[in-house]
Design a binder for this molecule. Sequence first.
Ligand code: ACM
Ligand code: ZN
Length: 730
Amino acid sequence: MTKRVLTLVPALLLSLLINAQNLIIPKPVSERIGEGYFTLNENSSVTSNEKSAFNLNYLKGKLEAATGFKLDNKFTTDNSIILSISSDPSIKPEGYILDVDSSGVTIKASTSAGIFYGIQSLLQMMPASVYSGKSTAADNWQIPTTHIEDYPRFGYRGMMLDVSRTFFDAETVKKYIDWLSHHKINTLHWHLTDDNGWRVEIKRYPLLTEKGAWRGDNEALAPAFGSGRQRYGGFYTQDEIKEIVKFAADRNIEIIPEIDLPGHSKAVTATYPNVACDSNDNSLSVQGEGQNVWCVGKEENYKMLANIMKELSKLFPGKYIHIGGDEVNYTAWDNCPSCKALKEREGMTSNEELLNYFVRRMERIVEKNGKKMAGWDEILEGGELHKETRVYAWRSVEKGIESVKKGQPTIMMPGAYCYFDMKYTPLERGHNWAGIVSTEKTYSLDPTGTAALNEEEAPLIIGVQGALWTELLGWPAKFLDYQTYPRLTAVAEIGWSPQEIRNWDDFNNRLQKFHYNRMANMGISFRLPYPEVTYEDGALRAKLPYEWAVVRYTSDESEPTSLSRVYRGEIYTDKPERFRFATFYKDDLKSITVRASNADYKYLTPAVDITTNLEEGKNNKIENITDYKFDTYFRTTRKLKAGDHLTYTLKEPVKSTRITVESGMPNIDFYWINDGYVEYSYDGINFIKGDELKRGAATIFPKEPIKAVRIKVTAPNDGYIAAFRDLKIE
Ligand code: ACM
Ligand code: ZN
């Protein structure tokens, strides 16, 4: 052997050890890698001493599907994977000890949950095809010698899914739960009702789902959020709910149902109108919904709520029921004789006190059914709560601290870190009212933070949760996956791993090097970062988002596909504006498409006049769409109707190859024109019909200098207002 080889071997070994150690998400509390391997083969066995066969069959099923081996159930001390429930008091609840040596694997835990989590860590030490069952000959079923001792930082590690605004069927919800469970998440907070649909069958009040689960032109609920005028909706039958609850429980996930009260209740007031206040209040909630609040002064409402909670409690065996409590539009109460009488009777002076009155009645109703109550952080206002009532801090970390200081068990889920309906970056789809929420931003949350909490207060922060509100999730396909992953993996590590061992670079390395592949094999269409492209000295340069990223590009303005050229270095061109770039992962996943951020893409800015039958309100005036500032818009005072029109007339005809007509808010896909088309004119008198608006937009390719462009509305839009934008003239 030459000296060169001698020095190479240990270096190679060392790098293998480090890589092997640095694999798992969420990062284990302690992990030691030794030398050697256990090799899974066709003679291996999987056994368990658990009463329930779920974990055993779960693991065996995954291994058999991926390897093609038929694994034995007979106990052997050699060549075996042993799942072992032990009364060892040193193993914490949900914790596990995972040992791998050349003779096999042992997962020891004091609970089935612990065994399940040991299995999750073991799966992450295997080829990612263990998730898909689609292994290749290159997959290596050797598992390195390892000793892991692991347990969670927080007992509550959650994800909230809103199924009211966008409905996801039972199969999709199960798949979603399965993905969460791979990340050691143990709670699904299921936002089952809101203004846009009631999604859980309540047998005593069938209209809640017969009517309240549907929106559209002739439905109880008005169209909303890009679903257009078609009938849109759905709900879960009680049988489906029970099946989903069981599916989740097997995977150590408790489901906490949320019935959002007393606001966010249009789906109720539209089907059982007596629930609302007796007032002609026409004010709107922050989401623009009228008459969506339960009257708190009508005694019969509490009977209905008690009946609903009774049925709900039977469907969900978990301890908590979430009653919402957020964003109540109080104006209805101000004008209602029943609410006013209640306020006077109880000597209350504020609406916060009225809310607290309602919340405390709900506490009693929920507790009568053997459950505890939970609510959004607004329930802290206006009065006391029962000691065990749980508060979900969504508005800020400070709200969570306030909650803890008041003695309430608290879940930290501040929007600025945990709201996955926010954009990952300014270029991507999503909301931005809580800021830009990159995966790194999410990861930076420490739920107990730097607040000075005493010994009684600190343990009241019982966990962390991600949240996905779904106004914008109707399209594109798999946007559910995109918005959730990889941000959920960051929440998983916040919730599980000790703060002292968490580090963004280390996490991001595990994520991109190993976990992308796992997520792809789980079937998750996760978000990929895009390349940063610049144009300088005649060359386009793409900065890869990670070292081994595959970036593809086109030079004709088309969307890159898996067949487009791979970027391998600077591209010299005098037409940088024609190039498009995207990151690809295994061909079927790609990032958003980008172009050079600094190439000169000035749109033309000819002087323009607007004529329209639409009125302007106090803000966001018509002049906003004549200034070619693309972040401003004209906001109507009402919903659109057929016959509405708006014409852009250019002072002088302009030579243009392409005009993009867009509607809706500039950065968020809200308030666009669903039904309508564009017309254009070369003389300002005779108009040529162009394309229908699709998702609020259409493109015109003029053949002569253009004089005017008109938008004609053919049916109401699905927002309560609409937004028009500047023309993009090229
Ligand atoms: C919330 O985002 N309204 C809880
Ligand atoms: Zn009332």
